[in-house]
Structures are given as structure tokens and as C-alpha cells.
Design a protein around this ligand. Structure first.
Ligand code: FE2
Length: 361
């Protein structure tokens, strides 16, 4: 386990454990201990134990749809991703987990490295999910896509001044660039993808240049970067597209005011394309309900489930031709980077070390 992962797990350990214990003993539609303890009973009851780092209201409707289609009940344990990975590891061979769902290929790779997944074969999944958005061995599959875009202050920047992630190191952006910390997996995956394209030495000098252009030392999440751009703390931020859509669609007028002050730019359109990451899932190593787990993943790539899954977080589906949320459709078409999520996931430790050397905190 790397330094940053360990820090995250320890930091969240107590809270996550309390949360999970609450879930475990919840009555009614919640977790059934007998199911958890005895795989045969679990089979007989036709359940699926989903460990999920996602928590959108629309997901509940998705799980209900699966139960209606298959008769398989879905037990959901929601917690922060690293805590779920740690929990499955601690449960070992007795783990009731059937499916682990989380965001970011870097994190899926870490889960795979820690032996949390088992490879599966599914013609349905292989047909539906593009090859660069799934693990070649079938350990995990991308279920939705998120673009890491540039968000700019409309009063200060013309879109014609923007081009690529690489160009953000140019002197014109001195003290103008906002992005989150290197301890964040989104930063690590973008860097990991750039390593796949340019190699370590070039990306290391890029990271140094980016740090030199930071408007402030990294703090907060992607939404905080967007707010800082709107407030003029910097001119351009690197952020996932759905954080802007959330502000655009917010019921709070102050959020919509923030969104109105900024523009979204898809970088690297004349180069490798905009960096795209995934939300994904895989079958857990000791899955007591393995067949149900595979069926669940196959259900999630059906067109109807794909639309709900992606729209729940204003993301792009992985399956072609599935309708987008209207505000997401309005962002326009873009060329997506084709670096395999398995490759930039695997580059995660190298990316971390590189950002550390570059002084990206
Ligand atoms: Fe996110």
C-alpha cells in the first residue's frame, strides 16, 4: 500500500467502520447477516452484495430495476472507496462482497493489486464496454466516463487562448492555474495518462512547470477549483466536467452564478484528446453470488441502465448511442483520449512519485 492510500484508510477507518456496522445491523431492506455468513443461504435468497463508493439517488432505481428483471435483491454497502477495499481485504475468504464499484481507474487498479477482484469472462461486457475502458483480464469494467476538462474565467480568458494540458506550463498562465492536490486520484490518473503518452522525464518537467504556475497551493475538491476560477483567484482550472454541470443544475442561485462566470474547454483536441476516466466495477474475489454479480454488471451496460447510471452523476455512458443528460449533451462532442484505463491505472504509483518530486502537494 502506498503512503497516501494508507493515510486515507487510517483517516477514514473509524468513521467507515461505524457506518458499515450501522448498515450491517440495519433491519428491513438492509443487510441480512445470515446471507453474509452462509453463501448457500445467499444463493437460495437470490441476493447480490454490492460494495459501492457511489451514492446517487438514481442508483436506487437502478437496483430496483435489476431486482424486477432478475428477482435478485441488491444489498448495498456504501462507503468511501479505500475503506471498502480495506474491508474486503480484512474479510478475506469470508467476504460477502460480490461486486465492488468505485470511481477512477487508478483506484480500480489499486483494488486489483490488492487482490480484491477476480477476472471474469463476459461476451456481453466485452461487446458493450470499449477495450480501453476495461481491464484486459476482466477484473473490472468501466460503466461511465468523465472528462477532465479546463474550466476558465470567461471575463479573463478567451477559449482560443486554451489548447492543451501541456500548454498550461506556458508563462502566460503564471499564477493562474488551479488544480487539486497530488494526493487526489484524479490528479494521479491524469499524470499517469500523460506518462503513457510522453514518458516520465517530459511529464516531470511538465509537472514542475504546472506547479510554478499554480495560483495557490492545491486545496479542496474540483468544485472548489471552479469556484476559485469564478472568484478570480486563478484563470483556469483542471476539473472533471460533471462538477460544473452540478453547479449549472443546482437549485441554489449562487451556484448557478458561479457556473455562469466560467466556460468549459475540452483540451488536447488536436492532440491525443481529452483525458477520460471511468466509474467502474468488478466481481469480488470470493463473491458468494458470482453468477448474480456477472449478471448485475451485464445489466448495468444495457442501454436503459446506462442512461440512468451516467445521468445520475451527469457523466457520459460507456455504451454508444445512449442518450445524455440534456446539460451534458450541450457541452458538445469531443475527442477522448484513448490511453487504456488499465495503463494509466497501473501508472498510478509512478505518477505519485513524479508529482512528489515536482513539488505538487
Ligand atoms: Fe468526482
Amino acid at each position: 500500500m502506498d503512503k497516501l492510500t494508507r493515510r486515507g484508510v487510517l483517516g477514514l477507518g473509524a468513521a467507515a467502520t461505524a457506518y458499515l456496522a450501522h448498515e450491517l445491523y440495519r433491519g428491513g431492506s438492509g443487510w441480512d447477516e445470515a446471507d453474509a455468513a452462509n453463501p448457500q443461504i445467499a444463493q437460495a435468497n437470490r441476493v447480490l452484495n454490492l460494495y459501492s463508493a457511489r451514492h446517487y439517488d438514481t442508483d436506487k432505481a437502478l437496483y430496483t430495476g435489476f431486482t424486477q428483471a432478475t428477482g435478485i435483491r441488491v444489498n448495498v454497502i456504501e462507503a468511501e472507496a479505500d475503506a471498502l477495499i480495506e474491508r474486503i481485504r480484512n474479510e478475506g475468504a469470508n467476504s460477502p462482497a460480490d461486486v465492488l464499484m468505485t470511481v477512477d481507474a487508478g483506484r480500480l487498479w489499486r483494488a486489483q493489486e490488492q487482490g480484491v477482484f477476480q477476472p471474469i469472462q463476459s461476451a456481453v461486457l466485452n461487446r458493450a464496454v470499449p477495450a480501453n475502458l476495461r481491464d484486459p483480464q476482466g477484473n473490472w469494467y468501466g460503466l461511465s466516463r468523465r472528462a477532465r476538462v479546463l474550466i476558465y474565467n470567461k471575463a479573463r480568458v478567451k477559449p482560443s487562448q486554451l489548447s492543451t494540458y501541456e500548454a498550461l506550463v506556458n508563462p502566460q498562465w503564471r499564477k493562474q492555474v488551479l488544480t487539486r492536490s497530488s494526493s487526489n486520484v484524479y490528479s494521479q490518473s491524469l499524470t499517469g495518462a500523460l506518462i503513457a503518452i510522453h514518458g516520465v522525464p517530459k511529464v516531470e518537467s511538465w509537472a514542475k512547470g504546472l506547479v510554478a504556475n499554480f495560483a495557490r497551493s492545491p486545496q479542496g475538491g474540483d468544485t472548489d477549483q471552479i469556484r476559485a476560477v469564478a472568484a478570480g483567484i486563478g484563470s483556469v482550472a483542471i476539473a472533471n466536467h460533471y462538477y460544473l454541470v452540478r453547479l449549472m443544475e443546482s437549485s441554489k442561485s449562487e451556484d448557478r452564478d458561479v457556473a455562469a462566470k466560467v466556460g468549459l474547454f475540452f483540451p488536447n483536441q488536436k492532440a491525443q484528446g481529452t483525458h477520460v476516466n471511468i466509474c467502474g466495477a468488478g466481481v469480488a474475489k470470493g463473491a458468494p453470488n458470482r453468477a448474480a454479480a456477472i449478471r448485475f454488471l451485464e445489466y448495468l451496460v444495457s442501454p436503459k441502465a446506462q442512461a440512468m447510471f451516467a445521468q445520475g452523476n451527469f457523466e457520459f455512458p460507456v455504451v454508444r448511442g445512449v442518450p445524455l443528460y440534456p446539460a451534458v449533451a450541450k457541452l458538445g462532442n469531443f475527442k477522448a483520449e484513448t490511453v487504456s484505463a488499465a495503463v494509466f491505472g497501473r501508472n498510478n504509483p509512478e505518477a505519485l512519485r513524479l508529482m512528489d518530486r515536482a513539488g505538487w502537494r
